[in-house]
Design a protein around this ligand. Structure first.
Ligand SMILES: C[C@@](CO)(OP(=O)(O)O)[C@H](O)COP(=O)(O)OP(=O)(O)OC[C@H]1O[C@@H](n2ccc(N)nc2=O)[C@H](O)[C@@H]1O
Ligand SMILES: Nc1ncnc2c1ncn2[C@@H]1O[C@H](COP(=O)(O)OP(=O)(O)O)[C@@H](O)[C@H]1O
Length: 285
């Protein structure tokens, strides 16, 4: 069983648009203990079965990032190889927490092991970059400093232990549309962050940063503002949107407080998805 954890852009600053049409980014990326689950079993053909709360929103066909990841090895192998993959989709789809990218990265890791390919982390990250901007950062699932389009990664020391609540209001905000509506950008000039000695240090650092995509996403989906206000109202140390949205996160000093906040959010907004988790520095295989 492999865990494909939710990615959080603790901050996300946007720079200039590059020649390939993508903007340069700078982001402090962390992972939570909440995520999708995948299992890999030997089989003659490549098959994918999907279950879980958000499984019905995905097809198991060629457009699934799990299938794309499995097929990416074919040219080097010179033939199609089989495996039966089960994906339990616990994370909302296309919601700024990289669930598809994490599934894709978990598949690269899982099949690398199942098929005995012997690829190292750098090779898996390079292959992952051809499948999506956020796939490389999801290969190790450790806190990383992410630059370029997502392909320039620096591993960071473990972050201080913090509880987190993820909240998605169930509206889709297409990434391209959010970048298209972007007006103010902080640029990509920050140096590598220091090692954070405490949760307070990390939160203070984050308060001097932002998610540049939050303002345009809020214009497209004003409910994101309600989500952020609600999280802040639960006593979060910081509330912010992740990626291009619409999932937002709140950082809390302990798990009890985070669990209470998630419960209050679910009670007040039964249509919203809200889970309490922790920031995590583990590799998930
Ligand atoms: C914003 C981030 C931050 O981690 O997270 P998510 O919202 O996906 O979680 C990612 O960079 C998302 O990257 P990626 O997954 O490649 O975005 P795509 O859906 O392919 O991008 C759709 C469109 O958004 C614009 N786009 C995207 C990424 C980027 N760095 N610059 C851009 O200008 C481009 O117009 C692109 O064609
Ligand atoms: N296994 C998968 N899980 C989630 N999304 C997938 C998957 N395979 C393909 N996709 C597609 O990838 C896109 C991005 O998905 P996702 O990584 O969840 O978004 P985000 O990075 O915004 O959180 C979606 O449009 C979705 O339809």
């Amino acid at each position: 069983m492999a865990r494909a954890p939710a990615k959080i852009n603790l901050f996300l600053h946007v720079g200039d648009k590059r020649a390939d049409g993508f903007h340069a980014l700078q982001s402090l990326v962390a992972f939570t203990e909440a995520g999708d689950d995948l299992a890999f079993a030997p089989d003659d053909a490549l098959t994918l079965a999907i279950d879980g709360p958000f499984g019905a929103e995905l097809s198991a066909g060629d457009d699934n990032l799990v299938v794309k990841a499995a097929r990416v090895f074919e040219p080097a192998l010179g033939a199609a190889k089989g495996a039966h993959i089960t994906l339990t989709k616990n994370l909302p789809v296309a919601s700024g927490i990289g669930g598809g990218s994490a599934d894709c990265a978990a598949t690269l890791r899982g099949l690398n092991a199942l098929w005995g390919l012997g690829l190292d982390t750098a090779a898996l990250q390079e292959i992952g970059a051809s499948l999506g901007s956020d796939v490389p950062v999801c290969i190790t699932c450790q806190p990383q400093w992410m630059e370029g389009r997502g392909e320039i990664l620096t591993e960071l020391p473990a972050l201080p232990d913090l509880a987190v609540v993820l909240v998605n209001p169930g509206v889709g905000v297409p990434t391209g549309k959010v970048f298209g509506a972007l007006k103010e950008r902080r640029g990509v000039g920050l140096p590598l962050p220091p090692k954070f000695a405490s949760a307070d240090d990390l939160v203070a650092y984050l308060k001097d940063t932002a998610n540049d995509l939050e303002a345009p996403a809020r214009v497209i989906a004003p409910v994101i503002g309600d989500v952020l206000d609600f999280i802040a109202g639960q006593g979060a140390l910081l509330s912010r949107m992740s990626g291009s949205g619409a999932t937002c996160f709140g950082l809390f000093e302990n798990g009890t407080h985070a669990a209470r906040a998630a419960e209050a959010i679910r009670a007040a907004h039964p249509g919203w998805w809200a889970v309490a988790s922790r920031l995590s520095g583990r590799i998930y295989d």
